[in-house]
Design a protein around this ligand. Sequence first.
Ligand code: HEM
Ligand code: HEM
Ligand SMILES: *[C@@H]1O[C@H](CO)[C@@H](O)[C@H](O)[C@H]1NC(C)=O
Ligand SMILES: *[C@@H]1O[C@H](CO)[C@@H](O)[C@H](O)[C@H]1NC(C)=O
Ligand SMILES: *[C@@H]1O[C@H](CO)[C@@H](O)[C@H](O)[C@H]1NC(C)=O
Length: 425
Amino acid sequence: MSPPACSLIYLVVFLFLSVFSFTNTHAHHCTERFLSEAKQRNLIITFCKRYVERNGVEIAMYLHEKSRRLDIMVGARLEEKTGWLAWGLNPDPEARMVGTQALIGIKYMNGNLLWDRYNITSFTKIGCQLLPSAIDLNISNFNFSYIACLQYYVIQATIVLPMKYDVEKLNHVWQVGIDVAERKEPKMHPRGLRNYDSTETINLRTGKRLASRVHSFRRIREVHGILNIIGWGMLLPIGVIIARNFREFPLPCLGWQRYHISCQAVGYIVGSTGWAVGIWLGRASKHYSFPKHGTFGIFIFTFATLQMLFFKCKPSDRDEFRTYRNMSHHVVGYSLIVASYINIRKGINIMHLDVKYWLPAYFGIAGCVAFIFLVFEIVSWFKFLCDKFGLWIICGKDIPNEEANSRKASREDGKVQPSDTPINN
Ligand code: HEM
Ligand code: HEM
Ligand SMILES: *[C@@H]1O[C@H](CO)[C@@H](O)[C@H](O)[C@H]1NC(C)=O
Ligand SMILES: *[C@@H]1O[C@H](CO)[C@@H](O)[C@H](O)[C@H]1NC(C)=O
Ligand SMILES: *[C@@H]1O[C@H](CO)[C@@H](O)[C@H](O)[C@H]1NC(C)=O
């Protein structure tokens, strides 16, 4: 199959999947096998959930209303040689990492399993060692074990909830990490959305979700990605291809400027909307961030805006000035495209940990743009060689150079020509 056809199919599949995933719910019932394991361990279930997009953790809980006793069982696959599984409650108003009173089970290289209690503070977040300490939960029957038939590592515990935890609005936080150190020290978890989204506020009596990051952000993140891909990743590069190839060489087309400008204007509007959504997302998720992706984003927006503003600025008649202006217009234009592709890739990497169809979509679109670009480039060079050396036999009928030149001359009417520098000579 040819690359454009490939990418078209990718695009369709990708749009279909993203529309489909809009209607999907993301906390699932837990698996049969986990449920039956929980029952075997005498855990009467108030609710049991599987957080597929949030580290794939399964959590079963049972609340004894009168005594405020909470039985929990938390399971996850720890696929690497070492790893850790954490679960905890946060008495603060928000379900977040800092402030969580956590139970952590650690798997060591030699198969050793250790578990303990951890008070997670803002020092943990800035990278201080996380070591076992007292926490303000009364915990009993706490252990961490491996269930071979499920291939799950499981934390089990009984907690007597202090009064400051509201059973109808309980913040629970979980996490899965890979690196561990001696003396029961878990190391920083990966930095993906699946890690940052691993929190929820629930009503323990019903098991209903009151707040969760995945639900409120998921669609907005997808809208952000799609707008940015269409704006910066498709329309702007196509605009550049138009300016580069339809001005006079290899396919002179008198209306090229109109198409170039409208492509860039629409691309800029769509891309900036996507960028604004990104800024909103960054603001809304105040406990975590993606600094490199965000910084690239701000640079892209700033330079694209400058490019758009300078377009308005009419060059004086001095040729010298016009040359510089055109040069900077080109340099900024090409750099923007490269930076956009880098940042789209970064954005997709953030999403890709969780949703696998973004990466093929990226390669589909990038491949398509690169393919069109290359085809024009080859045609250009071919024509250039033809014109220069007059190899009419392989080149066939062509617009001779003089005609292109006279066309160029006919345009010298003082109008703004943003990219009117000669190329390929
Ligand atoms: C082992 C030591 C740990 C380190 C060094 C660490 C570090 C971090 C950092 C730096 C962030 C924010 C990233 C950013 O600002 O962009 C973060 C976010 C997060 N971490 Fe940890 N973490 C650790 C352990 C844990 C544990 C044990 C849990 C769960 C009980 C957890 C749950 C979370 C969650 C849910 C977030 C998302 C932001 C939030 O809710 O505050 N982390 N972590
Ligand atoms: C050139 C194009 C792009 C620009 C200019 C851009 C810009 C931004 C900005 C400014 C942020 C806020 C960063 C922060 O402070 O945390 C952001 C966040 C984000 N972007 Fe992009 N982005 C682009 C492409 C993409 C793409 C293609 C995807 C995915 C397919 C994507 C996914 C995300 C995600 C998941 C977040 C974090 C959302 C959250 O905090 O929950 N971005 N983007
Ligand atoms: C947990 O750490 C915080 C911050 O350092 C501290 O204020 C709190 O008293 C600690 N909790 C317990 C139970 O030690
Ligand atoms: C913890 O809970 C148990 C009952 O499960 C109780 O006997 C014990 O006194 C409690 N300890 C503290 C420190 O509250
Ligand atoms: C872990 O604790 C639970 C509850 O006390 C118990 O049912 C289970 O058998 C324990 N598992 C292991 C491996 O010790």
